[in-house]
Design a protein around this ligand. Structure first.
Ligand code: UD1
Ligand code: UDP
Length: 363
């Protein structure tokens, strides 16, 4: 009888991580699949567009939890996911990344005696003020299969006394998607639509609460962007958290220096990254994607759970200090920090390795 795998997605960065795994599992008769969308992200341009772009099947179960405080959102996901798991009786729950949906569904599964597979396990910023760090630690401690993207992640897990037999270094599913969808991204008309020249603009994303929830910090970052935007116009697809805060403050930067857009779909964003002169971000996934694309990336954070993007890739940490962001930005615009290496096993085949480990787990 086919084993039932329940895959969980909820927020924007989950979709491109689950898509390649879902595709590989679809080709295996040994498994039936149930895709659960918690509804943590729900705007069309934070959710539906990714199902279209990634050709992900419509979710089998939609929990519709929406936004809320950490306690309310995590609690609602747990209540709703428990019902779904009770009715579906899965053999394995697969979670990706580090969002509230990841942790909430892992906790429900382990308490119901259903094994948990965590894709992107072991990343640590060692900064417990980040909600994601708590989500990562809790998920990893209850998971039965821990799939890592780099050697350091495995070392972090061993240090936390995770049984080495549970840890599988498979590579990076986000990069599976990057390679797989690259030809489709190349066909995106986004540069023409926005009248952008290849190599003639910078790309910005910001959504970490530590950067956008408090005006003082955001202002320091904005000041730096305004300086850099004079040298190289910036395109800024604005995350809904950030949009909400900007509306509260009434902040509207000059559009010739910083052009604000609504969030864009995966294919358009991949094309925008590929042809950017520089990327400025506080995203987790974008640090990895720019590393593989060889595009200079300034990460506007004090730390990263993805240090391999600095040691091997094109990433530089700037924090939120105006002067540091400007200095590093000018260096990058002058041609620094271009293509370096690609981390081990970031080769587009992580999902196949994950499926192989799951085969062995069930046999
Ligand atoms: C979440 C993740 C974060 C991830 C990010 C990716 C947690 C704790 N945080 O942060 O790790 O990097 O997603 O994008 O899980 N909102 C909308 N429409 C939506 C979704 C959100 O308007 O479709 C607004 C709401 O006002 C909401 C706010 O954005 O309160 C924040 O959403 P939430 O999912 O709580 O956290 P993110 O900041 O999106
Ligand atoms: N992304 C996108 N559209 C955007 C911004 C980002 O498709 O407007 C993609 C990006 O290429 C990456 C993922 O979303 O694949 C990263 O998600 P996000 O930055 O929201 O979350 P994080 O990685 O920080 O958790």
């Amino acid at each position: 009888m086919a084993r039932k795998i329940m895959g969980v997605v909820g927020a924007r960065p989950n979709f491109m991580k689950m898509a390649p795994i879902w595709r590989v599992l679809a080709g295996k008769a040994a498994y039936s699949r149930v895709l659960v969308h918690t509804g943590q992200h729900y705007d069309d341009n934070m959710s539906r567009i990714f199902f279209d772009d990634l050709r992900l099947p419509k979710p089998d179960v939609y929990l519709g939890v929406g936004s809320g405080s950490h306690g309310a959102q995590t609690g609602t996901i747990m209540i709703e996911f428990e019902k779904a798991l009770l009715s579906e009786r899965a053999d394995l729950v697969m979670v990706v990344g580090d969002v509230n949906s990841t942790m909430a569904c892992s906790l429900v599964a382990v308490k119901m005696g259903v094994p948990v597979a965590h894709v992107e396990a072991g990343l640590r910023s060692f900064d417990r003020t980040m909600p994601e760090e708590i989500n990562r630690m809790v998920t990893d401690i209850v998971a039965d299969l821990l799939f890592t993207t780099c050697a350091e992640a495995g070392e972090n897990l061993i240090r936390e006394h995770v049984d080495a037999r549970k840890i599988h270094f498979v590579g990076n599913v986000m990069i599976d998607s990057l390679y797989y969808y690259s030809p489709l991204a190349d066909a995106s008309p986004v540069l023409d639509t926005l009248a952008l020249e290849k190599g003639g603009y910078g790309l910005v994303t910001l959504h970490r609460p530590s950067n956008v929830d408090e005006f003082g910090t955001f202002k320091k970052i904005l000041d730096a962007l305004l300086v850099l935007g004079e040298r190289c116009p910036l395109v800024f697809p604005v995350h809904p958290r950030t949009r909400k805060m900007l509306a509260t403050w009434g902040t509207v930067p000059p559009p010739d220096r910083i052009r604000m857009l609504d969030p864009v779909g995966y294919l358009d964003f991949l094309k925008l990254m590929k042809h950017a002169r520089i990327v400025l971000t506080d995203s987790g996934g974008i640090q990895e994607e720019t590393t593989v694309l060889g595009i200079p990336c300034l990460t506007i954070r004090e730390n990263t759970e993805r240090p391999i993007t600095i040691t091997v890739g094109t990433n530089v940490l700037t924090g939120s200090d105006t002067g540091t962001i400007v200095d590093e930005g000018l260096k990058a615009l002058a041609g620094g920090a271009g293509r370096r290496g690609i981390p081990e096993l970031w080769d587009g085949r992580a999902s196949e390795r994950i499926a192989g480990v799951i085969d062995a787990y069930f046999s």
